[in-house]
Design a binder for this molecule. Structure first.
Ligand code: 3H9
Length: 704
C-alpha cells in the first residue's frame, strides 16, 4: 500500500490494485481549482503506476460533490478545466469506479458519469441543477446523461434541476449498482474488486450509442415547444435542449464543443449573475448577529392562535415539519372551522393522489383543537394569527402572558402592526417576536422574522431555527409599518397607481410587469389577495396620510362597488364563472377615466420600458431606505424577501441586485427626473445618493 499526498483537497491511497482517490474539500466538495488539480494528478498517477488496475473515486464529508465551485464563476478560469478532468477520467486506461454518497450534483454528477462504473449509497442524491443557476451542465453532462438515461429523461432532468434518489437513479440508468449502509469506501472497494475479478470492460459513456435518433429529435422538438412556453424568458433551458440535439446529431467530441460554447454564453449572461446571487443570498440571510450571541431555545410543541386561512396554513406547515400543534379558537364553531381548514389542505392532497388517508390520519394525530388557553400552558412556542387589529392582538397576548410557561416564545403573525406595542402588552417583551408568514403559509417560502426592540437574542435564534425546521427562507426585519416587504410594496404599488392615473391602463401596467418576469402584475395581485384588504389598510391610514401627498382613488371607487377581485368575480378584472385569468373590464377603464377627469389629468401614453423604470425605481429607492434604517440588515435581505415572497423574477437576483446590474447612477438619475413632477413621492434615498457619489453599489454593503 503506498500513499501519495497531492493537493490536500484530493488524496490518494493504494489498496492492493485499487487507487483510492478521496476528495476532501468541505463543506460540500465543490470542484474548485485545488480539487480539479488533485483529480487530474490522481489520474496521471493511476496511469503511471503499473500496480494500479482500478481507480475508486470517493468523497469525505456529507456530500459526494456538489458541483463546480459556484464562487469561481465570473472570475478568470484557472486550469485544469472540469471538462479536461472528466475527459482524463473517461479515457483512463484503468477501470474507474465512483462510489456516490450524498449529493452528486452538477459537475459532481458529470465527474461520476465520466467514471466507467457507478455505485450509489442509500442517501445519494443525483441531479444536474445547473439550470437553477442560469447554466447548463458544462462538463459533458448534456452529452453523457442522454447516453446513460435516454434523451427524454436526461433532458427533463436537466430542465427541472430535480434530484434523483439512489433507487430512481438506478432505474434511470445513471448508476449501475446500489449498496447498503453508509460506508462508501468499503462498498466501493468491494464493487471495484468484483469488477476487476470479472475483468469488466472499461465502459466509456462516450461510446454508448443514442437509440433511435429520429424519435429522440422529435421528443426534443416537443420539449422545446413546451419549454419556450413555460420558461418565461429564461435563457439556459433552450440552450440545454440545443446541447442535447447536438448529442443526438453530432459526434461526441463535436457535441462537447457545442456544449462548451453554449455553456460560456450562459456563464456570461446576466441571468446567471442574478440566479447565483439569489443562491448565495438565500444562504446568507440566516447569518444574523443574534446567532453569534445565543443558541436557540429548545422547542417541540407549538400552539397556533386562530384557525382562519393564515392560522390553518401555519398549522399545516408546522404539522408537516413533524411538530405537535394545538390550535386555539374562541368557540366551538370557530375551532370546527379551523380544523376543517386544516383538513381541507390534506384532503386536497388525497384527492390529487399525493397523500394516503392513513398518512393524513398520522399527521392529524399530532393536531389538538381547543378553545381554552389553559391547554397551551406547557407549549414551547406560540404563533398568534388572529384578526389584524392591534387591540385584538394585544388582548390575545395578555392571555398568553397569563397562561404560558416561563420561557415560551410568543410570536405574532402580523403583517403591519407595531410589534413593540404588542410585546408591551405582556410582562415578558423579551419573549415576543414577529413571524410574518405569507399566504398560503404552508406553501410560500418566505418568513419575515420581525425583531422588536426588547426581544432577547435567543428568541431571535429560535425563530430562525423554526424557519429551518419549517423549510422556510427566513429574513430578519426590523419593526416599521409593513416591515421589509409590505413597506416597499406599498411604495411601488403607489407608483403603479400614479402611472395608471397619468395614462396607462392597469392592464398595460400588469403586462409590463409580467414582461419583466413576474408571474402577475400588481393589479392582478390585488384581485387575487382581495381588494378589501388594501382598502381596510388605506382607511386605517387615512387619518395620518399627508394631505399634500398624491393619492389615487381608483381602487377605492372599485371597492365601493363591492368589487374585491377574484372572490367576488370582479375587481380590476372580470372573472366570469369558471374563469381564473381575468378579462379586461371596460367599466374599470371608465372609472379610471372619471378619476383622471376629476383631477384634471390629461392621459398620456407610456411605453413598457417607462412603466418599468418608474415601478422599479420606486422599489429600489424604498429598498435603499429600508436598508439605511436597519429594517433590512443588508441589500441582499431585501432581494431575498422579494424573490421568495413577492414573485420577483429570481433570474434578476432581486431588486437591489437588479439595480446594481443596471448601474446605480442611472436609477438615481431616473428618480431625480421623476422628482421634478412629484418631489414629495420621489425623494431620493440618501443611501442611494451616497453610493452613487462614492462609486459603489449595493453589493458592497452585503460583504461582512
Ligand atoms: C456546475 O456544476 C457547473 C458544471 O456543470 C460545469 C462547470 C464547468 N460551490 O446549501 P448549504 C456552499 S454548477 C460553492 O447550506 P445543504 C453554500 O454556499 C453547480 N459553494 O448546505 C454554503 O456555504 P456557507 C451545480 C457551495 O446541506 C455551504 O456550501 N451544483 C456550493 O443544505 C453549505 O451549503 C449546484 O447547483 C457550490 N457548488 O445543501 C448545487 N454548493 O456555509 C448547489 C454549496 O458559507 N448546492 N455551497 O453558507 C446545493 O444544492 C446544496 O448546497 C447542497 C447541500 C444540496 C449540496
Amino acid at each position: 500500500m503506498g500513499a501519495a499526498p497531492l493537493a490536500s483537497a484530493v488524496t490518494t491511497v493504494r489498496t492492493g490494485a485499487i487507487l483510492v482517490v478521496t476528495i476532501n474539500n468541505p463543506p460540500v466538495n465543490a470542484l474548485g481549482q485545488a480539487v480539479r488539480q488533485g483529480l487530474a494528478a490522481a489520474m496521471q498517477q493511476a496511469e503511471a503506476d503499473d500496480a494500479v488496475a482500478a481507480v475508486l473515486l470517493v468523497a469525505a464529508g456529507k456530500a459526494f460533490i456538489a458541483g463546480a465551485d459556484i464562487r469561481e464563476f465570473g472570475k478568470p478560469a484557472v486550469p485544469p478545466s472540469l471538462p479536461e478532468v472528466c475527459r482524463s477520467m473517461e479515457e483512463c486506461s484503468k477501470l474507474v469506479v465512483a462510489a456516490i454518497h450524498g449529493a452528486a450534483l452538477g459537475g459532481g454528477l458529470e465527474v461520476a458519469m465520466s467514471a466507467h462504473y457507478r455505485l450509489a449509497l442509500p442517501g445519494a442524491k443525483l441531479g444536474l441543477p445547473e439550470v437553477l443557476l442560469g447554466l447548463l451542465p458544462g462538463s459533458g453532462g448534456t452529452q453523457r446523461a442522454p447516453r446513460l438515461m435516454g434523451v427524454k429523461a436526461a433532458t427533463e432532468l436537466m430542465l427541472s434541476g430535480k434530484q434523483l434518489g439512489a433507487k430512481a437513479a438506478l432505474q434511470a440508468g445513471l448508476v449501475d449498482r446500489l449498496a447498503e449502509g453508509d460506508d462508501a469506501l468499503a462498498a466501493g472497494l468491494a464493487y471495484a474488486n468484483e469488477l476487476l475479478a470479472q475483468k469488466a470492460p472499461l465502459r466509456r459513456t462516450r461510446d454508448i450509442a443514442i437509440a433511435d435518433p429520429a424519435a429522440a429529435l422529435a421528443e426534443l422538438e416537443q420539449l422545446k415547444a413546451e419549454t419556450a412556453k413555460k420558461s418565461r424568458g429564461l435563457f439556459s433551458p433552450l440552450k440545454i435542449i440545443e446541447c442535447v440535439q447536438a448529442a443526438v446529431q453530432q459526434p461526441f467530441d463535436q457535441g462537447l464543443a457545442t456544449e462548451r460554447a453554449l455553456f460560456l454564453e450562459c456563464l456570461d449572461s446576466p441571468q446567471r449573475a442574478g440566479l447565483v446571487h439569489a443562491f448565495f443570498a438565500e444562504r446568507e440571510v440566516a447569518k444574523i448577529p443574534e446567532a453569534k450571541l445565543a443558541a436557540p431555545r429548545p422547542f417541540s410543541t407549538i400552539a397556533v392562535i386562530g384557525g382562519g386561512t393564515m392560522g390553518a396554513g401555519i398549522t399545516v406547515s408546522a404539522l408537516d415539519a413533524g411538530f405537535a400543534v394545538t390550535m386555539i379558537e374562541r368557540d366551538a364553531e370557530s375551532i370546527a372551522r379551523g380544523q376543517a381548514n386544516v383538513e381541507k389542505v390534506y384532503n386536497g392532497l388525497i384527492a390529487k393522489g399525493r397523500m394516503t388517508p392513513e398518512a393524513k390520519a398520522a399527521i392529524m394525530a399530532r393536531y389538538t383543537p381547543t378553545t381554552r388557553y389553559e391547554d397551551i400552558a406547557q407549549v414551547d412556542l406560540v404563533i398568534e394569527a388572529v384578526f389584524e387589529d392591534l387591540e385584538v392582538k394585544k388582548a390575545v397576548f395578555r392571555e398568553l402572558d397569563r397562561v404560558c410557561k416561563s420561557g415560551a416564545v410568543l410570536a405574532t403573525n402580523t403583517s403591519y402592526l407595531d410589534i413593540d406595542a404588542i410585546a408591551d402588552a405582556t410582562k415578558r417583551p423579551q419573549d415576543v417576536i414577529g413571524l410574518h408568514f405569507f399566504s398560503p403559509a404552508n406553501i410560500m417560502k418566505l418568513l419575515e422574522i420581525v425583531v422588536p426592540s426588547k426581544v432577547s437574542p435567543d428568541v431571535v435564534a429560535t425563530a430562525f431555527e423554526l424557519a429551518k425546521k419549517l423549510k422556510k427562507v427566513p429574513v430578519r426585519a426590523g419593526v416599521c409599518d409593513g416591515f421589509i416587504g409590505n413597506r416597499i410594496l406599498a411604495v411601488y404599488k403607489q407608483a403603479a397607481d400614479f402611472i395608471m392615473e397619468d395614462g396607462a391602463s392597469p392592464y398595460e401596467i400588469d403586462a409590463a410587469v409580467r414582461a419583466f418576469g413576474y408571474p402577475m402584475g400588481p393589479f392582478q395581485v390585488t384581485d387575487l389577495a382581495g381588494g378589501d384588504i388594501g382598502w381596510a389598510t388605506r382607511k386605517r391610514r387615512a387619518a395620518t396620510r399627508n394631505p399634500l401627498a398624491r393619492y389615487v382613488e381608483v381602487a377605492d371607487r372599485i371597492c365601493e362597488r363591492g368589487w374585491y377581485g377574484q372572490k367576488t368575480g370582479r375587481g380590476f378584472y372580470l372573472y366570469p364563472e369558471g374563469v381564473r385569468v381575468g378579462q379586461n373590464d371596460p367599466e374599470v377603464l371608465a372609472i379610471v377615466d372619471a378619476e383622471r377627469a376629476k383631477k384634471g389629468v390629461t392621459p398620456r401614453a407610456f411605453t413598457q420600458e417607462e412603466i418599468l423604470r418608474r415601478y422599479m425605481a420606486a422599489m429600489v429607492n424604498e429598498g435603499a431606505k429600508v436598508v439605511a434604517e436597519g429594517i433590512a440588515l443588508r441589500p441582499l435581505d431585501v432581494d431575498v424577501t422579494f424573490v421568495a415572497g413577492y414573485g420577483f423574477p429570481r433570474h434578476r437576483g432581486g431588486p437591489m441586485k437588479w439595480a446594481d446590474m443596471q448601474g446605480l447612477p442611472s436609477i438615481l438619475a431616473d428618480i431625480e427626473a421623476f422628482a421634478k413632477e412629484d418631489p414629495l413621492f420621489w425623494q431620493p434615498a440618501p443611501l442611494l445618493v451616497q453610493l452613487v457619489k462614492e462609486g459603489r453599489n449595493f453589493d458592497s454593503l452585503n460583504q461582512g
